[in-house]
Design a protein around this ligand. Structure first.
Ligand code: NAD
Length: 360
C-alpha cells in the first residue's frame, strides 16, 4: 500500500503519544522515522514502530530525556543519553557539537547510552545545514549481528559510519552506511516481503553464504515478531577485511571511546556515537573548499557510465531523488509492515485513520 507521508507521520505520532511520550517527542520520532522512509531507507523508517513502542512499554527506552553533559570543554563534550529515544538525545548531542564547532572551528562529541538513533545521515544533514563537515562513528551495543572477516560467529554490530560535506549550492554530500553488507533493518524489511537481500549478505554457521533472512531470525510468521536471537547465522561485514576493519573502528570509537562499550550481548539495544565537526570557513577563509568541491564533483560525475543510460551519483543523491519521488507519490509499505504497525497502534489505544483503511 502507498501512504501519503504527512498522514503516516500523524499516525506514527499518535502511536508514540499513546505509548506515553510527550507531544513534542512523539512528533519528533514520527518526523525522523518518516524522513528515513522518504530518503529511501525503509529499514530505518516506520518499520521500527513496533520495536520502539515495545522498548518503551518494557521500560528499556525512556521518554523525554535530556542528555547529561559529563565532560564539557570548549571543543569536547561527553554526553549521556540516559537511554532516551535516539531521536530525542542524538539531536541534542549534535546541537552541542554544532555550537562548539561554530565557536572554535572544530569539536568532538561523544554520545553514550542513546536509544536507537535511526538513520545517521540525518545528523550529518543537521551539521551540513549549518555549513559544517561532520564525521560519525557509531556502534550498536546489545545488537551483535555481524560476523567479522574470516569468522562465522556474530561479534560486531552493524556499526554505521557517516561523513557529511556541505555544499553552498545543492544538497549536502552524505555518505552514510552500515559496515555490514546490509543494515539489520534491511533483513527485517526483506523478511516482511520487502526488497530481497543480496545473495552475499548472510553467512550460516557452517560458512555458507546466502541472502536468507531466516539465518538472522530463525522461523517466523509473516506478521509475527522478528527475534534475531533465534537465527543461527550472521550478517556479513562489507568489503572483506577493509569493511570489517572499519566496523572494528566504529566499535572502538563509537563504543569504547564514548563509554557506551564495544558491542556485546546485553539486554538493551542502544547506540554510541563519536562525532567530529569541522567548520570549513575556519580552515579555509578564502573558500577554496566549496569551489573545489563543486569542480571535483562535476569532474567525478563526468565519468562515462558503466551501463548504457546509467550515471555516476554522489552520496546523498539517491536519497534526495527518492525524497522527491515519495513526497509526490507516497510511501510504499509492505502489507506485513503495515499490519505490525496497526497491531502496535491498537495495543496503545490508537486506531488507524479511516481514510487509510478505505484506501488499502
Ligand atoms: P546503503 O547500502 O543504502 O548505502 C547508503 C549510502 O550509499 C548513502 O550514502 C547513499 O547516498 C550512497 N549510495 C547509494 N547508492 C549510491 C550510488 N548509486 N552511487 C553513489 N552513492 C550511493 O546503506 P545501508 O548500509 O543499508 O544503511 C542504511 C541506513 O541504516 C543508514 O542511514 C545508516 O545510518 C543506518 N544504520 C543505522 C544503525 C543504527 O544503529 N542506528 C545501524 C546500521 C545502519
Amino acid at each position: 500500500m502507498n501512504i501519503e507521508a504527512g498522514v503516516l507521520q500523524d499516525f506514527v505520532r499518535d502511536i508514540f503519544a499513546g505509548a506515553g511520550c510527550s507531544a513534542a517527542e512523539s512528533a519528533r520520532i514520527a518526523r525522523y522515522l518518516v524522513a528515513a522512509n522518504l530518503s529511501g531507507h525503509d529499514s530505518h523508517g516506520v518499520v521500527r514502530v513496533p520495536r520502539y513502542v515495545q522498548a518503551k512499554l518494557d521500560g528499556k527506552v525512556k521518554a523525554d530525556q535530556q542528555v547529561a553533559v559529563l565532560t564539557d570543554t570548549p571543543v569536547i563534550a561527553v554526553v549521556d543519553g540516559k537511554f532516551g529515544f535516539g531521536q530525542t538525545v542524538a539531536p541534542q548531542a549534535v546541537a552541542i557539537g554544532i555550537a562548539k564547532c561554530k565557536a572554535m572551528g572544530l569539536s568532538m562529541v561523544a554520545l553514550r547510552n542513546a536509544g536507537h538513533i535511526g538513520r545517521v545521515g540525518d545528523y550529518a544533514e543537521l551539521a551540513a545545514a549549518e555549513g559544517l563537515v561532520s564525521i560519525h562513528f557509531v556502534n550498536v551495543p546489545g545488537s551483535v549481528l555481524v560476523a567479522p572477516f574470516g569468522g562465522v560467529d556474530r561479534r560486531i554490530s552493524t556499526a554505521p559510519f557517516c561523513i557529511g560535506v556541505p555544499r553552498p549550492e545543492g544538497d549536502a554530500i552524505v555518505l552514510d552506511f552500515a559496515t555490514s553488507v546490509v543494515a539489520e533493518g534491511k533483513v527485517l524489511v526483506a523478511s516482511q516481503g520487502g526488497k530481497p537481500l543480496p545473495d552475499n549478505a548472510m553467512i550460516g554457521p557452517d560458512g555458507e553464504i546466502s541472502g536468507d533472512p531466516h539465518l538472522l531470525y530463525g522461523d517466523y510468521e509473516p506478521d509475527g515478531p522478528r527475534d534475531y536471537r533465534q537465527g543461527k547465522g550472521a550478517i556479513r561485514a562489507f568489503g572483506d577485511h577493509k569493511g570489517s576493519g572499519l566496523a572494528l573502528m566504529c566499535e572502538l570509537l563509537g563504543g569504547s571511546l564514548t563509554g557506551s562499550g564495544a558491542t556485546e550481548l546485553r539486554e538493551i539495544v542502544t547506540n554510541g556515537m563519536l562525532s567530529f565537526y569541522v567548520d570549513p570557513k575556519r580552515v579555509d577563509p578564502d573558500d577554496f573548499f566549496s569551489r573545489d568541491v563543486s569542480r571535483y564533483i562535476a569532474y567525478l560525475k563526468s565519468a562515462r557510465p558503466a551501463q548504457p543510460g546509467g550515471e555516476v551519483l554522489i552520496p546523498g543523491e539517491p536519497e534526495a531523488r527518492t525524497r522527491l519521488e515519495r513526497l509526490r507519490d507516497g510511501i510504499h509499505l509492505p502489507e506485513d509492515t503495515w499490519a505490525a504497525i496497526v497491531a502496535t497502534a491498537r495495543k496503545v489505544g490508537v486506531e488507524p485513520p479511516h481514510n487509510l483503511v478505505g484506501s488499502r
